[in-house]
Design a protein around this ligand. Structure first.
Ligand SMILES: Cc1cc2nc3c(=O)[nH]c(=O)nc-3n(C[C@H](O)[C@H](O)[C@H](O)COP(=O)(O)OP(=O)(O)OC[C@H]3O[C@@H](n4cnc5c(N)ncnc54)[C@H](O)[C@@H]3O)c2cc1C
Length: 394
């Protein structure tokens, strides 16, 4: 048996190149490790040094086009980066956002000047972008989005509010999902705006959260924010398509975030179960502990497989199939991570709840995966409706 019980085995989706990436990123993650992330989370200091180093090494932009400084790979490669950093104890939440959502949308739909302005900085780590779709009154119902951009000459005037937006304080700009009025029908349709953080009329306030993580969440206010014409991403008529180009990578990367943390917690639990002995044998010899840990390993592997499938479909340009797989992957990964961290805490007994072992803090972190970026119930609604063809209840 391997000495690293949850080390990522060679996956059918892993090319030689991707395996090398996996090992290299894992080595970087181990140099920082879980203690580093917990210290940053508890002191409120940003993880800039790890972010910058990952950028220098080319890991942040593996999915971005080479002509804009990226690695020319796909979301499947970015999954490897986030999964391995998370498995080493360094789940960088902004990897779900900047390269995956914002990078994918701008690379696919941005204008040439937008690509030149943002993508090289995303790839080398010098620029970061947050993503804002959630609104206080709309919640899971994105049809109710009330952030609206109206034309004023060539400019846009943006008004609205957003909530729970991650790491706005570390971001140079926010990719805001708003709506614009269709000139022909008068109906509101989705549109994406890039709003630099220092734009007059844009304010953000931290929300006190019970999550032990370096990234904080913010409430955003847009009060007659004047934006130039080129703040609109790509084409005014392609808003919905652009949005899905970002939401699928978001779900796929949220899965990588969750499975990586689950691997980290399982590693700790297994190590502990091998050495801790209270009845003369290691506690891992008791099936009451061994079986749940084995079950966690199986669930993590299943979630990883689905994540890789979703990423592969997305990279192949099959947005519809990727959407279904991304939802399923996010569900599976969220559930596996919640169960694994809980079982890891249980395995360590009292030590599971100490700061020294750093596991209990992850309970709230993995809990995010059941709520965001799309809740467990909304994934089940999607599968019931679109996969099974059942009637819609809401
Ligand atoms: C740590 C964290 C970070 C986040 N970061 C970001 C970010 O960077 N950018 C961003 O835009 N958003 C972000 N979010 C927001 C997140 O995407 C939302 O919280 C999530 O989409 C759920 O929306 P809501 O909180 O308004 O819940 P609600 O929509 O109010 O839902 C509340 C509950 O009702 C259930 N529910 C709602 N409708 C139905 C239905 N039809 N059927 C069954 N159940 C239903 C939900 O599943 C949920 O359990 C973040 C959230 C968290 C917790």
């Amino acid at each position: 048996m391997t000495a690293r019980p949850t080390a990522a085995p060679r996956a059918i989706f892993d090319t030689e190149e991707r395996l090398a990436l996996r090992d290299a990123v894992a080595a970087l993650g181990r140099r920082y490790g879980g203690a580093y992330m917990m210290e940053r989370a508890r002191t409120g200091r940003p993880t800039d040094d790890l972010w910058a180093e990952a950028g220098r090494l080319g890991y942040l932009g593996v999915n971005l086009p080479e002509e804009y400084g990226g690695g020319g790979g796909g979301v499947a490669d970015l999954v490897v980066v986030l999964e391995e950093l998370s498995a080493a104890g360094c789940p960088l939440l902004l990897l779900v956002v900047t390269p995956a959502i914002c990078g994918s949308v701008i690379a696919r739909f941005g204008t040439e000047p937008q690509k030149h302005r943002w993508l090289p900085g995303f790839a080398d780590g010098s620029l970061r972008m947050a993503f804002a779709i959630t609104e206080p009154d709309a919640g899971s119902n994105s049809h109710r989005l009330a952030t609206v951009g109206r034309r004023d000459g060539d400019d846009w005037i943006l008004n609205g509010r957003k909530v729970f937006i991650s790491a706005v304080d570390w971001a140079d700009a926010v990719l805001v999902v708003g709506r614009t009025e269709d000139a022909r029908t008068g109906k509101l349709k989705p549109a994406l705006f890039i709003v630099p953080r220092e734009t007059p009329g844009f304010e953000y306030r931290p929300i006190p959260m019970e999550i032990v993580s370096p990234e904080r969440q913010f409430e955003l206010y847009f009060d007659d924010v004047r934006l130039p014409a080129d703040a609109l991403v790509g084409d005014e008529d392609a808003g919905l398509l652009q949005l899905f180009a970002g939401l699928n990578p978001e779900r796929i990367m949220a899965s990588a975030f969750a499975t990586g943390i689950a691997r980290y917690a399982l590693d700790k639990a297994v190590d502990y179960a091998k050495t801790r002995a209270v009845w003369g044998v290691p506690i891992g010899a008791h099936q009451g502990l061994a079986h749940p840990l084995a079950q966690c390993r199986i669930e993590i592997e299943l979630a990883r497989l689905m994540t890789q499938k979703a990423a592969t479909l997305y990279d192949a340009g099959d947005d519809m199939a990727a959407g279904e797989a991304a939802n399923m992957a996010k569900y599976a990964a969220g559930e596996a991570a919640v169960r694994t961290v809980d079982q890891a805490v249980q395995t360590l007994g009292g030590n599971g709840l100490t700061q020294e072992y750093g596991l209990a803090a992850l309970l709230s972190v993995v809990r995010i995966g059941r709520v965001a970026p799309v809740s467990r119930e909304m994934v089940l609604n999607f599968v019931a409706q679109h996969t099974l063809g059942l009637p819609r209840s809401y």
